[in-house]
Design a binder for this molecule. Structure first.
Ligand code: ADP
Ligand code: MG
Length: 271
């Protein structure tokens, strides 16, 4: 059974007396442990689609279609079922500039707080918090730091640790490296991909930048104006793009063409 099934999803957003058709007839499937990259320019509906997966659309949204995550009907389900789904089954990492960390609590405190909230005894929460920091390759002492005492990249690692606290089956990453330096971007993407593998997570990674996801495994969905205009195995689409828009995106890659293909390292390629 797929972990995620989206069927003809439509989302309209009311804004200033008119409606924006933010997501149009979107359908996709993700198997447990699977991987999907979503790319598209700003405003193409990527974040709205992810919010729909979390059951977190804003009150001004109208929806049609079906979204099933781990057997739960996210659009119809009672709030109780959705609350159980978030954090435990589906977790989300937002872009680095909108970090969800509390500025007046240490990183360790915030990790323990989430763990205790989800039922772990406090002694176990302490150990698990340390384990999480190690998982995202932060020094153990980071638990004593406040968010502002960390670099942007370290803060984003802490955010990832928080997202993984309750061992979710699905991680949604919405432009997780935007606003970070290019080298740090590559490190964070590499971290997310390696955690995905070692923890057996399903991953949806959203980016406006095809260069960031171009070498990923799994599927690719390309969004344009609220529609998924291209969807299929990433490697195949990169080699044989069908839609005009994807061809344009590929042509705009800095090392487009055979000769330059290996000049730019893949995300996680180490440079
Ligand atoms: N809360 C909201 N209220 C009104 N319109 C919104 C809201 N969120 C997004 N939109 C609109 O929906 C469209 C898709 O936005 P979004 O999903 O954020 O795109 P992306 O993440 O690809 O940049 C845009 O036209 C945007 O202006
Ligand atoms: Mg967005």
């Amino acid at each position: 059974m797929p972990l995620v099934e989206v069927e003809k999803l439509n989302v309209w957003m009311a804004a200033g007396g008119r409606e924006v058709h933010a997501v149009q007839d979107a359908s996709l499937t993700l198997e447990p442990g699977g991987q999907l990259a979503i790319v598209g320019e700003s405003g193409s509906g990527k974040s709205t689609l992810l919010m729909a997966l979390m059951g977190l659309l804003p009150p001004n949204a109208t929806v049609s279609g079906r979204v099933i995550v781990d057997g739960v009907d996210v659009l119809e389900g009672p709030e109780q079922a959705l609350a159980a789904l978030r954090w435990r089954t589906v977790s989300m990492v937002f872009q680095a500039s909108s970090n969800p960390l509390n500025p007046v609590r240490t990183i360790g405190h915030q990790l323990r707080q989430v763990l205790v909230f989800h039922g772990l005894p406090s002694a176990e929460a302490r150990d698990r918090a340390r384990e999480l920091l190690e998982m995202v390759r932060l020094p153990a002492a980071t638990e004593h730091y406040y968010p502002h005492q960390l670099s942007g990249g370290m803060r984003q690692r802490a955010v990832i640790a928080l997202a993984l606290a309750c061992r979710p089956k699905l991680l949604l990453a919405d432009e997780p490296t935007t606003a970070l330096d290019p080298i740090v971007q590559a490190e964070i993407v590499e971290l997310i991909l390696s955690l995905k593998k070692s923890l057996g997570l399903a991953l949806v990674l959203v980016s406006h930048d095809l260069a960031l996801v171009r070498r990923m495994e799994g599927d690719l969905a390309v969004m344009l104006g609220g529609k998924i205009v291209e969807y299929g195995p990433l490697a195949r689409l990169m080699a044989k793009p069908g839609h005009e828009h994807l061809r344009t995106l590929i042509a705009a890659l800095p090392d487009f063409g055979e000769a330059g293909r290996d000049k730019v390292a893949a995300p996680g390629g180490g440079s």
